[in-house]
Design a protein around this ligand. Structure first.
Ligand code: C2E
Ligand code: MG
Ligand code: MG
Length: 507
């Protein structure tokens, strides 16, 4: 009996020890093994059991705990490195690398699903001017705001990337196109035009291209860039969607740019002169030099077409110099009481020698500086390239006696701001307001208010594009100082000016 009892006791002790061993040793080891397994697949965030124990199992648990922490921080570093490799540091957006791989992926997927992939190429307008004016910190702020703006316009599965500099891109995948791109374009411009506390408005140009079967990502992005280029040429702060015509227009632009290079040596350029008269007496007070190009096979190309091409291809410097010399040569033969108005492109101001060049030509042709009127558009002044250089050059020319004229007043974005920043002598009201002045109340208010503003600031006001007697009589009544337009005289060749009481001398 006692043997039996002793046996049972031993069994009970063994059983108890087994349970104790199970709880104290086997269970923690099993939990540790489970944590290790979870950890291997990156899911473990729970505690490692047993770290507080003083025995060997505690040692094991602590070792495991340290190992886990070390691996965890390596993983975080790897994730960060991967993020950095695929994202832009400043804005946190995807970078070019991620953009390209995602685009390739979406194009491959769309071949199966029948979706259409749209690429938006986005570029800030006048970003260089923002940097010049507000410094790099100011430029960075505008880039971050743009990143935020684009990100808040897109849907969750679209990708916004910063490709570099002030160049952004969006990948949008949708079934119903062009509805989806139209919606995104309108969201972007609506948000960009919303008033903000930050002073500088975000203005951007957008080019969009839609995928076609068999296209590579590079090809699609290139077409979006082409549309972007078009949006910039069409006056910026706008969007263009790529189509086949655009490609033809682009080919035409490239051809014109090439032919324009040969235009000066081939004598295809000439100047015509349009009179500007006193509103009351209609006596001619000045002639504006306007550039003409007769292309050998395409005929007359309007300056609205070829001047922007000359600007974007860098030819405007040479052409502008030719205009300055040719115009002063013509003016040297005129009645010295008649002034010469010349148009200057914002790009010409990039050359530091512009003021000296005008000086030299005036001396060479013996034309008084007081007879010079230099017409600049608003883009040349406030938002243009190297704004401070532009203003300094204009000031230099003004000090010498030339008049500075703001051309096409009312068509820019910051007309009044410009007047505050620089002293102009003369303002030309854009012909679009004059043309609609008698039919649109808003145009007539603008014309009237500009004349009033000129009076109060002591500036001469010129109305451009006067075509009818009715317009002339209204402008007289409102007190506009000078008029220019087909009613007064069309642009004329140099030789036709002789009949207007001008003496023509020289070659
Ligand atoms: P702009 O300086 O505003 O020149 C006035 C434009 O209005 C000229 O067009 C002129 O022919 C046109 N115009 C004048 N009166 C009337 C009118 O009664 N009715 C209508 N409908 N139009 C009238 P154009 O010659 O085609 O020149 C267009 C623009 O090209 C000029 O605008 C100017 O910005 C630019 N441009 C012309 N010549 C030069 C140049 O030598 N250098 C530069 N940088 N730009 C030039
Ligand atoms: Mg002009
Ligand atoms: Mg004008």
């Amino acid at each position: 009996m006692s043997v039996l009892l002793g046996g049972l006791g031993i069994v009970a002790i063994i059983f108890g020890m087994a349970i104790w061993l199970g709880r104290r040793l086997v269970l923690p080891i099993t939990v540790m093994a489970a944590r290790l397994r979870e950890f291997r697949v990156g899911e473990s965030d729970g505690d490692v059991p047993g770290v507080e124990r003083a025995d060997e199992l505690g040692d094991l648990a602590r070792g495991l705990y340290e190992y886990r922490n070390a691996v965890e921080s390596r993983r975080t570093a790897e994730r960060r490195a991967e993020f950095l490799a695929n994202h832009d540091m400043l804005t946190g957006l995807a970078n070019r690398l991620l953009f390209e791989s995602r685009l390739a992926h979406e194009l491959a997927r769309s071949a199966r699903t029948g979706d259409v992939v749209a690429v938006f190429a986005v570029d800030l307008d006048a970003f260089k001017a923002i940097n010049d004016r507000f410094g790099h910190a100011g430029g960075d702020r505008v880039l971050k705001r743009t990143a935020h703006l684009l990100s808040s316009c897109v849907r969750g599965d679209d990708l916004v990337a910063r490709i570099g500099g002030d160049e952004f891109a969006v990948i949008q995948v949708a079934r119903s196109q062009p509805a989806a791109i139209e919606a995104l374009i309108s969201r972007i411009f609506k948000m960009a035009s919303a008033p903000s506390d930050e002073g500088v408005a975000i203005r951007m140009s957008v080019g969009v291209a839609l995928s076609e079967p068999g296209q590579t990502g590079d090809q699609l992005h290139e077409l979006a860039d082409l549309a972007l280029y078009r949006a910039k040429a069409d006056g910026r702060n706008t969007a263009r969607v790529y189509n086949k015509n655009l490609k033809d227009e682009e080919t035409q632009r490239v051809r014109l740019a090439r032919d324009l290079e040969a235009a000066i040596p081939a004598n295809e350029l000439r100047l015509v002169f349009q009179p500007i008269a006193d509103t009351i007496s209609l006596k001619i007070v000045a002639y504006e030099a306007l550039l003409r190009w007769r292309h050998p096979s395409l005929g007359d190309i309007p300056p609205d077409i070829f001047v922007p091409i000359a600007e974007s291809s860098g030819l405007i410097g040479a052409i502008g110099s030719w205009v300055i010399d040719e115009a002063l040569r013509a003016a040297s033969a005129w009645d010295p009481k008649v002034s010469l108005a010349m148009n200057l492109s914002p790009i010409q101001f990039r050359s530091v020698g512009l003021a000296a060049e005008i000086c030299d030509a005036a001396l060479r042709w013996d034309v008084d500086f007081e007879r010079l009127e230099l017409e600049v558009t608003e883009s040349a002044t406030l938002m243009g390239f190297q704004r401070d250089n532009v203003l300094a050059t204009l000031e230099k020319l003004r000090k010498l006696g030339a008049k500075v004229v703001m051309d096409d007043f009312g068509t820019g974005h910051s007309s009044l701001g410009n007047l505050k920043e620089f002293t102009f002598d003369k303002i030309k009201i854009d012909r679009s307001f004059v043309a609609t002045m008698n039919s649109h109340a808003s145009s007539s208010s603008i014309v009237r208010a500009t004349i009033g503003l000129g009076k109060s600031l002591g500036l001469i006001i010129v109305a451009e594009g006067v075509e009818t007697e009715e317009q002339l009589s209204v402008l007289r009544r409102w007190g506009c100082d000078q008029v220019q337009g087909f009613l007064i005289g069309k642009p004329m060749d140099r030789f036709d000016l002789v009949g207007n009481g001008m003496v023509l001398v020289g070659p």
